[in-house]
Design a protein around this ligand. Structure first.
Ligand SMILES: Cc1cc2nc3c(=O)[nH]c(=O)nc-3n(C[C@H](O)[C@H](O)[C@H](O)COP(=O)(O)O)c2cc1C
Length: 92
């Protein structure tokens, strides 16, 4: 079984870009849990937009000791190997 959030040091959060940022349910998810000291990597799909202000708009939903970082926009076909290579390149 996958480790519960409390046991994870790094969490990958993926969502569609809505109106240039993450849907509000992502803010709600982040405020509903204590991610202090953890790293959250953002992934998204979109109709063409980049992350823009997405990360900034999520910062108020986490404690200051949570490290939020942009991952990738995953539009188009993404091979598992490319994704694994990318995640490994983050050296988390
Ligand atoms: C309410 C709404 C707002 C959206 N706003 C944007 C946007 O600002 N920029 C963008 O590139 N795509 C936007 N999209 C497109 C979605 O990001 C896109 O459909 C989604 O990432 C694709 O994932 P899906 O195939 O699971 O729907 C929006 C879609 C919806 C429904």
């Amino acid at each position: 079984m996958d480790a519960p959030v409390a046991e994870a040091d790094v969490i990958f959060v993926d969502f569609p870009i809505w109106w240039y940022v993450a849907p509000h349910i992502i803010n709600s998810f982040l405020t509903a849990h204590d991610f202090s000291g953890k790293t959250i990597v953002l992934f998204a799909t979109s109709g063409g937009s980049d992350f823009g202000r997405t990360q900034d708009e999520l910062e108020d939903s986490v404690y200051g000791t949570t490290h939020l970082m942009e991952g990738q926009i995953l539009n188009g076909k993404q091979g598992k190997e490319e994704l694994v290579e990318y995640v490994n390149s983050l050296a988390l």
